[in-house]
Design a protein around this ligand. Structure first.
Ligand code: ADP
Ligand code: TRP
Length: 328
């Protein structure tokens, strides 16, 4: 039976990029037979977060987001990374067999430093902790966003180094799974750049009403009249519509915009349809969110149950590795 595992950092309100690039795949994986582990990477969040109350709130918000978007706690173990301290023990063991050169090549570290984040040792060794997360549960399949592939390859390398040193049976080799369609792998922001919290161009998954209308209003358009024929592939608005509309309906809007003429939709019209489609897509999830928010004790119970299951697995892997390297 396959083991699926992935995680997401609790770094604020999650946006459409996080949803289409990561969470959606996580939820979809539950349809496949196997064991499913999904966690909130709060130890990782500590590489940048300095506000204890904010971190606590964000962990809860992330749990509620996952549950509302359909991560069924009967089928998946949802837990907090820091509830499984074995992961940090494994991270140490892995760090002792990993060369500096491997970690120095990490794009995400270089990007963060380039953005002006003052690097801590934790930020530098982020990929080692992430490898420990993945390897601690004998994971087979790790559904992640495209920007995490390098981290996953590093986890494969680290497993290989440890096995080469202490025995082939220590760590299992995991495989990455990336969203097949490019439109999900790189969701644009409201300004057309990649959607990211750090660029301020993100749209919260559960945005609704006036705020949603205002956000969609920000998507840039131009002053061409509706009748003027246009190439839909050059319009950012269509990148968003493509995320939410069925293929037939999307093709129909594209055709009308390409042909132009009387009856062709204007930008305002397309934006109204986009808002409606977002409301339809997340309508049920918004309702479930209200339910979970009204019952914080249920969220805690899910996380506690998840942690018990996750620890059982991680303990077995940790014990196996301690024994292999002579620490037991
Ligand atoms: P952010 O850039 O907002 O800080 P994170 O780096 O925390 O987002 O990303 C969390 C997860 O969401 C990762 O798996 C990442 O691949 C995915 N993700 C983030 N932004 C996007 C995007 N614009 N398109 C697709 N996936 C994304
Ligand atoms: N680095 C991932 C992100 O930024 C989060 C993460 C931490 C993760 N540990 C992981 C993802 C293990 C998959 C597997 O989204």
């Amino acid at each position: 039976m396959k083991t699926f595992l992935s995680g997401i950092q609790p770094s604020g309100l999650l946006h459409l990029g996080n949803y289409f690039g990561a969470i959606r795949q996580h939820v979809a994986s539950l349809e496949e037979p196997g064991e499913h582990y999904y966690f909130i990477a709060d130890y990782h969040a500590l590489t940048t977060c300095r506000d204890a109350d904010a971190l606590r709130n964000q962990v809860r918000e992330t749990a509620v987001t996952y549950l509302s978007l359909g991560l069924d706690p009967e089928r998946a173990h949802l837990f907090r990374q820091s509830d499984v301290p074995e992961v940090t023990e494994l991270a140490w063991m892995l760090s002792c067999v990993t060369g500096m050169g491997l970690i120095e090549r990490a794009h995400s570290y270089k990007d963060k430093v380039a953005k002006g984040i003052k690097p801590s040792v934790g930020l530098f060794t982020y990929p080692v902790l992430m490898a420990a997360d993945i390897l601690a549960y004998d994971s087979d399949v790790v559904p992640v966003g495209k920007d995490q592939i390098q981290h996953l390859e590093m986890a494969q390398d680290m497993a290989g180094y440890f096995n080469a040193a202490f025995g082939e049976g220590c760590f299992k080799r995991p495989e990455a799974r990336i969203a097949a369609e490019e439109k999900y792998a790189r969701v644009p922001g409201l300004d057309g750049e990649k959607m990211s919290k750090s660029y301020g161009n993100d749209l919260w998954i559960f945005e609704s009403g006036k705020k949603l209308k205002k956000a969609i209003g920000r998507i840039p358009t131009d002053s061409r009249a509706p009748e003027e024929p246009k190439d839909p592939s050059e319009l950012l608005l269509f990148d968003f519509l493509a995320l939410f509309l069925e293929a037939d309906e999307l093709a129909d809007w594209e055709r009308r915009v390409r042909e132009g003429g009387e009856g062709a939709p204007g930008y305002g019209h397309l934006k109204v349809r986009l808002i409606e489609a977002i409301d339809e897509h997340f309508g049920e999830a918004r309702e479930r969110r209200e339910e979970w928010l009204a019952h914080p004790e249920r969220v805690d119970a899910v996380l506690e149950r998840g942690a018990v299951k996750a620890r059982e697995r991680a303990r077995a892997v940790r014990d196996r590795c301690l024994a292999a390297c002579g620490l037991r």
